[in-house]
Design a protein around this ligand. Structure first.
Ligand code: ASP
Length: 434
């Protein structure tokens, strides 16, 4: 049994809905379907979800909600008309508009893209519609409640030989809607794959799988045929965007492989994301990176002998709401890497707090860093990988500001100046994938 999730570009218009129906017809095991809201039809088009966020904004600011909602309704109506469906959603469109005009929450507004998309797909496929408001639970604090959702969803699926479920949203204990972060239908697909006991989670999108590097930075990066859950998370964390990083958890728990596939070229091999791969792995599987980091550098003579020194610095970050991603230490120095966007909100307070807590000799924040993760299950226990990474970077004339290697030898993370980001990415990529 297969759970198949289709992303927004795979559902952009009626022709894409038909393509999806044809893909599903090719394998009768594709029984549980998760859909996103329709995405862009052309590069300058607007995603339905973005239009719905605008509806919410209009309602908060006293704007014209009806005019903002009109293109959403028109797009869904056009899809239904072109598919010649015997489905009338006019009352539901009206009720949605009224709810928005009466100040419905942001999550409810945003969720309607997936909701209507799901209703249309269920009608097209003649399958039961499963509303995640009643089974994909979030707790009072708005966090996804994985086990409660799995239990309810599993019992709702009893006796169903197939269903269509909208992605992206679920329900709060008080009955209001909650959403995952953007791109969250991937998570819904993983949740349904787990609850239905599927043997594969197919994630249908607009690219033919995970690439070994960001194509906006490296020209023509190769496709990755097979990658492990852990590697894909490492890459997603630093910006590789094919699958939402939180989608891995439910399938990893159940050991379900994910198959990333391209709706436009269904014959392409795609990428398999698995627990363990028995294929011989190259030294590295892929690269990812991101600009916009800062290093908080704290220096104090003999701090290495001061018990609790790092804890005090970390509690300053916690008090100021700053998450850190890497921690590098030397004798008497500590350097913490955090996204600059968080520091912008509290820079002066944070520095003041650290000064008061540990009385450092010097304290500074260095902005303008880019972090690069070199990821590969094949690097553990294999000599020369680090040497090759750093030789490539050195030969390109790039200075490495910071180094971090995970304990499992699955990644090497390096920090470089933002101006050197693309040079370093290309240098590393070309040395491993000549
Ligand atoms: N429609 C939502 C978004 O645009 C969720 C998704 O497509 O996964 O982020």
């Amino acid at each position: 049994m297969i759970t198949a999730k289709f992303g927004g570009t795979s559902l952009a218009d009626a022709a894409h809905f038909t393509m999806v129906r044809d893909i599903l017809a090719q394998d009768p095991e594709r029984k549980f379907i998760v859909v996103s809201a329709p995405g862009k039809r052309t590069p300058d088009d607007t995603k339905i979800t973005d239009l719905l966020y605008r509806c919410h904004q209009a309602s908060r600011q006293g704007g014209d909600v009806a005019a903002t909602f009109a293109p959403v309704q028109a797009r869904f109506q056009e899809i239904m008309d072109e598919l010649h469906l015997d489905l009338d959603l006019s009352h539901e469109f009206q009720a949605t508009l009224w709810a928005m005009e009466r100040g419905a929450g942001e999550a409810f507004c945003a969720s309607r893209g997936e909701y209507f998309s799901g209703r249309i797909m269920a009608s097209l496929l003649d399958l039961p519609f499963l509303d995640p408001a009643q089974c994909v639970f979030f707790d009072k604090a708005g966090h996804f409640d994985s086990e409660a959702a799995n239990e309810t969803l599993t019992s709702k699926l009893q006796g169903l030989s197939g269903a269509v479920m909208p992605g992206f949203y679920g329900g709060m204990p008080d009955g209001t809607a909650a959403t995952f972060s953007r791109g969250g239908s991937d998570i819904s697909g993983a949740i349904l794959a787990r609850a239905s006991g599927s043997s594969v989670y197919e994630n249908w999108t607009d690219v033919s799988g995970v690439l070994a590097a960001d194509p906006r930075v490296v020209a023509n990066p190769s496709h990755i045929g097979t990658i492990t859950y852990t590697e894909v998370r490492e890459l997603a964390y630093l910006g590789a965007t094919v699958l939402h990083e939180d989608a891995i958890y439910p399938v990893k728990l159940a050991g379900i492989p994910v198959h990333i596939r391209n709706t436009m070229t269904p014959s392409a091999h795609g990428t398999w994301i698995v627990a363990q791969s028995h294929e011989p792995a190259g030294a590295i599987t892929g690269l990812a990176g991101r600009r916009g980091y800062s290093a908080i550098q704290v220096e104090k003579e003999r701090s290495n002998t001061e018990i609790g020194y790092c804890r005090k610095i970390l509690s300053c970050l916690e008090r100021n709401g700053v998450p850190f991603e890497h921690l590098a230490t030397g004798i008497g120095s500590v350097s913490l890497v955090a996204p600059t966007s968080y520091l912008d909100k509290c820079r002066a307070d944070l520095l003041e707090d650290i000064r008061a807590c540990v009385n450092p000799d010097t304290l500074q924040i260095c902005d303008g860093l880019a972090m690069i993760a070199v990821v590969g299950r094949g690097m553990a226990g294999r000599p020369h990988v680090a040497a090759k990474v750093f030789t490539a970077v050195a030969n390109a004339g790039v200075n490495v500001r910071l180094i971090d290697q995970g304990t499992k030898e699955l990644n090497i993370v390096l920090g470089v100046e933002e101006k050197d980001y693309e040079i370093a990415m290309n240098a590393i990529f070309n040395s491993f994938f000549p």
